[in-house]
Ligand binder design. Structure first.
Ligand SMILES: [Zn+2]
Length: 343
């Protein structure tokens, strides 16, 4: 390669500094690593960590996912190169708890998925992401609740936070009495009259298109009925919180995953039935998320969470993750490991 002396000195001047969370890595060549960063100064950014895959080198530990570093980068032709790196935070206690680590890696996965849309709000998102990873590492609160609050913060910054207060079709205020189902397409809840209206229309279309409903449902159809269903298919049984009697937990999770993946891939409209308890859990998490944004400490939240039902929290999380995956058009993988662990 011919290197012009002027160009060389120009390149050496083109350095800049970033404070960033590592949100992903993949190998490059024999011993290097490409690190995906979310930087406070410029959002999602990729850089090369030279020699990071050789054990014992300075960059090998620092380039691990979830670490926060302050670094100096040299502008490269395609990828920038990390030339200096100083550790700001390593979240040591996260690495000792598989559940909490998985949730934090899920934050990283969400960041690589949606980070492009957050570059204008990079500083605010960086601060919230670092706060949330820190809470996942240190907070005495339930990891699933912390996760719900982070999901609300992310969706709020992306401008796609789900509507919890009024019906997304008719704008009537939602109550425990009229609450029906969560609709991924419309990004919120339908009241019962609107749900029944849409269901009737979908069923008429179906009869018109296919000459009526017949036979037993296919696996995919059963899965859809189990975990929510599409308006395009006839509704055979209602589903409550994705839990159907007669199935064991593993089957429920497996079938639920198939249904979410299928919905995400097909981009079909999906409806998930929600109980008032789960709806209230979502509202409380949204509030907690806003309070954390405004610098609230966690003690008051801990008090309000005594007696919170784990089942409702898990159901609320499934709805949020399903909605996020629907918006992303793909499944998030970081929490799959937890779903398969015995509880
Ligand atoms: Zn309505």
């Amino acid at each position: 390669m011919i290197q012009h002396p002027f160009l060389q000195s120009y390149i050496s001047l083109a350095t800049f500094s970033l404070t960033a969370v590592n949100v992903g890595t993949f190998p490059l060549g024999e011993s290097d690593r490409i690190v995906t960063l979310f930087a406070r100064e410029r959002g999602l950014h990729r850089a090369v960590a030279k020699g990071a895959r050789k054990p014992g080198t300075k960059l090998s530990g620092k380039s691990e996912p979830l670490n926060i570093n302050r670094m100096l980068l040299a502008k490269g032709r395609s990828l920038d190169i990390i030339t200096q790196c100083e550790s700001v935070e390593t979240f040591g206690s996260l690495r000792k708890d598989l559940q909490r680590l998985s949730y934090a890696l899920y934050y990283a996965e969400l960041t690589t998925t949606f980070g492009q849309g957050l570059s204008e709000d990079a500083a605010r998102y960086f601060d919230r992401l670092s706060l949330s990873i820190g809470l996942m590492a240190e907070s005495p609160r339930e990891p699933a609740l912390l996760c719900l609050e982070f999901e609300f913060a992310l969706l709020e910054m992306l401008g796609i936070r789900p509507e919890l207060d009024v019906c997304v079709a008719c704008r009537e205020p939602l109550t425990e009495q009229n609450l029906s189902s969560f609709n991924h397409d419309l990004g919120g809840f339908l009241c019962r009259p609107c749900y029944h209206l849409m269901r009737r229309r979908a069923s008429e279309n179906h009869h018109h298109d296919h000459g009526g409903e017949s036979g037993t449902p296919s696996v995919a159809e059963s899965a859809a009925i189990f975990d929510g269903h599409t308006f395009d298919k006839p509704v055979r049984r209602p589903v409550v919180e994705g839990v159907e009697p007669g199935y064991d937990r593993d089957t429920q999770l497996a079938v639920g995953n198939i249904a979410r993946r299928r919905e995400a891939i097909d981009g079909q409209r999906a409806n998930v039935f929600v109980t008032p308890m789960v709806w209230k859990r979502l509202i409380l998490s949204r509030t907690a998320s806003e309070l954390l944004n405004n610098g609230l400490t966690e003690e008051s939240l801990l008090d309000s969470e005594r007696g919170v039902q784990g089942k409702a929290t898990q159901a609320a999380r499934r709805i949020m993750q399903g909605y996020i995956e629907y918006k992303a058009g793909r499944r998030m993988r970081s929490l799959d490991l937890l779903a398969n662990l015995p509880s």
